[in-house]
Design a protein around this ligand. Structure first.
Ligand code: DX5
Ligand code: ZN
Length: 215
């Protein structure tokens, strides 16, 4: 399983160094949470910030857009150095057009589903996706409890992937740590996002290794 630390829990006064620290600690990719205080009740940072911290690692930037109109901002995030852009199926942008735009820019596209959204909503797009992100908390804040009842969605995606002979990755985001990662791994999660668990640890490298060992 790949581990994607969520920088939402980092020390933002040292954003670049925190990314470099995660790189050294063995992170497989950097998970960057973009919130617009409209799609979710919280506000984080935008493309200009990503552009400044891009130089702190060569590892992929996994940009999770929790914004109402992702299509309008794909160019900005592509220019800033995103590698993977995931956006919500519940957003107001046309889904097919947004996926196409991400791919036109040479990036990898992913769709995200909130806890109350049925997994079937992403099925029409699976062939065009690099990743499907299953939220295991309500998006908006770090430090919430993992919703194990989202695992049937992961299992369904895994079965669908096999049935259609596809190769998209299944990512889970929210509340993943020591006590929950094995559940995610067992269900078939390929990429685990972990914010609090990694950033609250004294030794991030040991924590990432420990999380991988649970899988
Ligand atoms: C929530 C974000 C997550 C979150 C994960 O809206 O998408 O990436 O920061 O943080 P933890 O691991 O603390 O739940
Ligand atoms: Zn996220």
């Amino acid at each position: 399983m790949l581990i994607a630390p969520s920088l939402l829990s980092c020390d933002f006064s040292r954003f670049g160094e925190e990314i470099a620290r995660m790189d050294k600690a063995g992170a497989d990719m950097m998970h960057l949470d973009i919130m617009d205080a409209h799609f979710v009740p919280n506000l984080t940072f935008g493309a200009p910030v990503i552009k400044f911290v891009r130089k702190y690692t060569d590892k992929p930037f996994d940009v999770h857009l929790m914004i109402s109109e992702p299509l309008k901002y794909i160019d900005d995030f592509a220019d800033a150095g995103a590698d993977i852009i995931t956006f919500h199926v519940e957003s107001d942008s046309p889904i097919r057009e947004t996926i196409d735009k991400i791919k036109e820019r040479g990036l990898k596209a992913g769709l995200v589903i909130k806890p109350n959204t049925p997994v079937e909503t992403v099925y029409p797009y699976l062939e065009d996706l690099y990743m499907v992100l299953v939220m295991t908390v309500e998006p908006g804040f770090g430090g919430q409890s993992f919703m194990a009842d989202m695992m049937p969605k992961v299992e369904a995606l895994k079965a669908k992937r096999e049935e259609l002979s596809l190769d998209f990755l299944i990512e889970a985001d929210g509340g993943i740590g020591d006590t929950t990662i094995a559940t995610a791994a067992k269900a078939g999660v390929d990429v685990a996002v972990a914010g609090t668990a990694v950033f609250k640890a004294e030794d991030a490298g040991a924590k990432i290794a420990e999380l991988k060992a649970f899988c």
